[in-house]
Design a binder for this molecule. Sequence first.
Ligand code: GZL
Length: 322
Amino acid sequence: MLTLLLAACQSDAPSNVVNSAPIVEAEDGTIAYEELVVGYSQIGAESEWRTGNTDSIKEAAENLGVELIFSDGQQKQENQIKAIRTFIAQQVDVIGVSPVVETGWDSVFQEAKDAGIPIILVDRRADVAEDLYTSYLGSDFVEEGRNAANVMVDLLDGGGTIVELVGTIGSAPAIDRYAGFREIIKDYPEIEIIASETGDFTRAKGEEVMGDFLQIYGEEIDAVYAHNDDMAIGAIRAIEAYGLKPGEDIKIVSIDAIRDAFQAMIDGKLNATIECNPLLGPQFFELALKVANGESVPKWIPSEEKIFFPEGAEEILPTRRY
Ligand code: GZL
């Protein structure tokens, strides 16, 4: 017998948040959101995408009444591993983690499994045996790389030289966006990637590395492929400081679709951004509750994503939530 108590609908809740989740107190031992305790190990606050992701997770926990124990790893794997061990000691119901890099998780994930605590990978994957995590909620980064390359081929009309700003070395998005881009570009011998360096997904490093590229290659550069918008915005600053026009003299394609990328497209400084959706909070807790209640869930839940261009950016910008 189920007792269903419907939460009051919050008519003002943002559209992407579940706002009338039923409070279920079941006699079969399953738990409701209000009884769920989740430990979340976040990477850090390296980009606008990340802060949007964190906001979505915290907001969803608040709206659903979930007890969230949140840890900011400051982009260090050792901090994330420490946080996961703390969650295990606190005997949380579910652990969510966005792994800063793909490798080095086997032992701590095994500790969680031995403690009977399921792990959900959010945003980024880990290179571990499939029995060490329950599900992965996140994007197809290889497809994002393919999409960026197809846009770049059109922008360069099939020929030109590209410099690449790579994300955090060893991270799933950097590895996959690197590979997906090359899967397409390999069929265009007139397009050459002349330099590729990590900007660690940050604006400051993206500006620094683009500045170095300009010192070495100067006007030989036709385009920039940035693994995220924050590095692209750093590159825009470096290109302007060098005396060239970003978006015109040097084309730029990046990934994430943050608000500042829409503004850069409106200003004519960015040529396209591939969406990578950080608003995963509601989906994550829906998945966590199912996992806590022993329901079977898909091994991978991919996000739905679009490609955005300067045309229409002005109308879309006010609707963007991150
Ligand atoms: C992608 C996410 C990446 C973003 C960056 O899902 O992991 O990390 O593209 C962020 O902006 O830093």
